[in-house]
Design a protein around this ligand. Structure first.
Ligand SMILES: [Zn+2]
Length: 136
């Protein structure tokens, strides 16, 4: 039986793209998340330990930053349209903010976990991804 050889990413952007899509940044084959924002403890395919990450508050920061940059022009356009009542503008902004934040949180966390793995940050310091891939 041939041992499983993970399809290692060849660049940081490839690893982060896998994380964005919710796939294992190391092998790209399975889901990175067991629940909405809870990564699997260990990839069932390649065995990478994902409990070593420490994404902390960075994914919400990224999600809020992107949401704000999308919402700002929308609020300016809606605010300058005098025909739209203020309560409708506020309702649209609130709904849009919640939808954007919820949809950006998991991809942001996946990308940041991939970034930490690739750069050998936090608990990944002993086994950096780029050294494993032969790029360092
Ligand atoms: Zn994997």
């Amino acid at each position: 039986m041939t041992p499983f050889l993970p399809d290692l990413p060849h660049s940081l952007s490839a690893a982060m793209r896998r994380g964005l899509l919710g796939k294992c940044p190391r092998c790209g084959g399975v889901h990175l998340f067991a629940r909405f924002l809870k990564p699997v403890d260990r990839c069932p395919l390649c065995g990478q330990d994902w409990t070593l990450h420490a994404a902390d508050d960075f994914p919400p920061y990224v999600a809020i930053l992107i949401t704000g940059h999308i919402l700002a022009p929308v609020m300016i356009v809606l605010g300058s349209a005098t025909a739209i009542p203020m309560w409708v503008t506020v309702a649209i902004a609130l709904i849009l903010a919640v939808v954007l934040l919820l949809s950006l949180l998991q991809p942001a966390k996946g990308a940041i976990i991939a970034l930490q793995w690739w750069m050998g940050m936090q608990g990944f310091a002993e086994r950096p991804g780029k050294q494993e891939a032969g790029i360092a």
